[in-house]
Design a protein around this ligand. Structure first.
Ligand code: ADP
Length: 481
């Protein structure tokens, strides 16, 4: 079964969030199940062709794509996802993709991803490669179902092609002026209030995908339910309810080779559920590096995140000083909105002996903090799946989360009276509820034996792609039938 996986970020080439981890690992797992996977990705200027062993396809060059009144050409490069035989095609158009980062606020953001989508289909045509499935991801590829249905339906190559749109975050909808329809080469007939392309008078790529894809997936069972409600649907709950029977919630897996405390190359000591002591050596190491005084009875709380409203920073800020009166160290790694970056910088200035922040994006440090911390804080207002809590569980780092989206599917609240629970969770999006939950975790932390049991429950759980990739495989197969 030929499957094209269209994505705008993919680890290890380019990453801003969880989509990159999924794109770098799910296709590998599906390939093992027997799919012939091909990943398509823009060649951003941050992706180094030589370092990544990419080579340009010499047979087809300077392929033209018209976006509105402009025509630009592209070449495509080929590479292989590390430790696999999954081919990745990189769409190379410097005009659109040399911007220093994947996503921008530039005026032609719509054109950039219209170009990408058309270029992917043009590449398949040049290669005479007929996909049974095109798995689109997020708004940047939301027009593909329309293209397959309307603009490319003349081509036998796509005669049997079915489309799937995977929604990784309903908050990003690709909203543009209605005039973008012309640039996209799509029919205005489908642009009317509440219609396929219209959302609050704008043209939404995501809505177009939700409307026209043959099937929809999202990244956890709970989020699949949530996005059909007004509270979480971000205006798209109506169309999602309409497509309810075609919407599947499949929990993301994690790359258990990369995120494996036994083999992790970024941590100074490796450990496992059977030999968990080395974890404390890493904690000591990082605490010393941070310049704090080490006390083994004081837990480290880690926080690694894009600094956006979604991640619940507004629940932390109002109780931050109370939080800092508790016997904890905090290590925060993040980048994003200025107000949150400034907040963590001020926090570090105020609590030099127990709070340390790293503003920026740092993959190595994210592994180190995940391993060193005793607890991981993730108070998201909404969380489609969330990967960090799964990484933390695997590293014996007990998550403290708000019970929403995929966090609710993966973190089970500890309760002293039953032998269950791999973390601590709370429902109300209230700062003092967060504070109380941290206190509850600290209280249990004093009971070393009990704490270890909680850690081990997390470390022994299976978050690999094995089960979830099979679910993707099954829906691909049903769709093709
Ligand atoms: P989202 O996709 O909403 O950002 P996820 O939890 O699904 O959230 O995935 C986030 C991914 O990005 C994780 O792999 C996390 O470790 C990583 N990440 C986020 N911020 C940083 C950072 N500042 N430095 C390194 N890795 C980060």
């Amino acid at each position: 079964m030929n499957v094209a996986f269209l994505t705008t970020e993919c680890f290890p080439y380019v990453k801003t969030g969880g989509l990159a981890d999924v794109s770098g690992s799910l296709p590998k797992a599906l390939q093992k199940l027997g799919c012939d996977m091909k990943v398509f990705l823009p060649l951003y200027d941050t992706i180094k062709t030589i370092d990544n062993g990419l080579y340009v396809n010499e047979e087809f060059k300077d392929i033209p794509v018209q976006v509105g009144d402009n025509t630009f050409t592209f070449n495509f490069w080929e590479g292989t996802l590390p430790d696999s035989d999954v081919t990745v095609y990189f769409i190379d158009c410097p005009h659109y993709f040399h911007r220093g980062k994947p996503y921008t606020d530039d005026k032609d953001e719509d054109e950039r991803f219209i170009f990408f989508q058309i270029a992917c289909l043009e590449t398949m045509q040049r290669l005479k490669w007929s996909p049974a499935i095109i798995n689109c991801n997020d708004w940047q590829t939301g027009l593909i179902p329309s293209y397959i249905k309307f603009n490319y339906n003349w081509d036998e190559l796509f005669k049997n092609t079915r489309t799937i749109l995977s929604i990784h975050n309903i908050g990003y909808q690709g909203r543009f002026a209605p005039s973008t329809l012309q640039k996209a080469g799509l029919n205005y007939d489908n642009f009317y209030p509440e219609g396929p392309y219209e959302l609050d008078s704008a043209f939404s790529f995501l809505k177009a995908g939700i409307w026209f894809a043959d099937l929809l997936t999202t990244v956890s069972p709970n989020y699949a339910k949530e996005i059909q409600t007004e509270e979480y649907g971000a205006g798209l709950e109506g169309v999602l309810q309409m497509r309810s029977k075609d919407l599947y919630g499949i929990l993301n897996g994690i790359d258990v080779d990369i995120w494996n405390p036994e083999k992790d190359i970024y941590i100074p000591y490796n450990y496992s559920a059977d030999k968990v002591d080395a974890k404390y050596k890493i904690k000591k190491h990082l605490i010393k590096e941070a310049g704090f005084k080490y006390d083994e009875n004081i837990p480290v709380i880690g926080l690694i995140t894009r600094l956006t409203g979604q991640k619940g920073l507004d629940l932390i800020m109002p109780v931050f000083h109370e939080l800092m009166q508790l016997p904890i160290y905090m290590m925060v790694l993040g980048s994003g909105e200025k107000k949150y970056e400034e907040f963590i910088e001020r926090a570090a200035d105020a609590y030099t002996d127990k709070f340390i922040e790293y503003v920026g994006y740092n993959n190595e440090l994210s592994h180190l903090i995940t391993a060193a911390a005793d607890m991981f804080l993730m108070p998201s207002l909404y969380e489609p799946c969330g990967l960090n809590q799964m990484y933390s569980l695997r590293y014996g780092t007990v998550p403290i989360v708000r019970k929403t989206g995929g966090l609710a599917d993966t973190v089970h609240d500890y309760h002293e009276h039953n032998n269950e629970g791999n973390g601590f969770s709370f429902e109300d999006a209230q700062p003092y509820v967060l504070l109380e939950t941290v206190k509850r975790a600290l209280h249990v932390y004093q009971d070393k034996k009990e704490w270890k049991k909680i850690m081990l429950r997390g470390m022994k759980a299976d978050f690999s792609w094995d089960k979830s990739a099979k679910e993707y495989y099954d829906i691909y197969e049903n769709l093709v039938k």
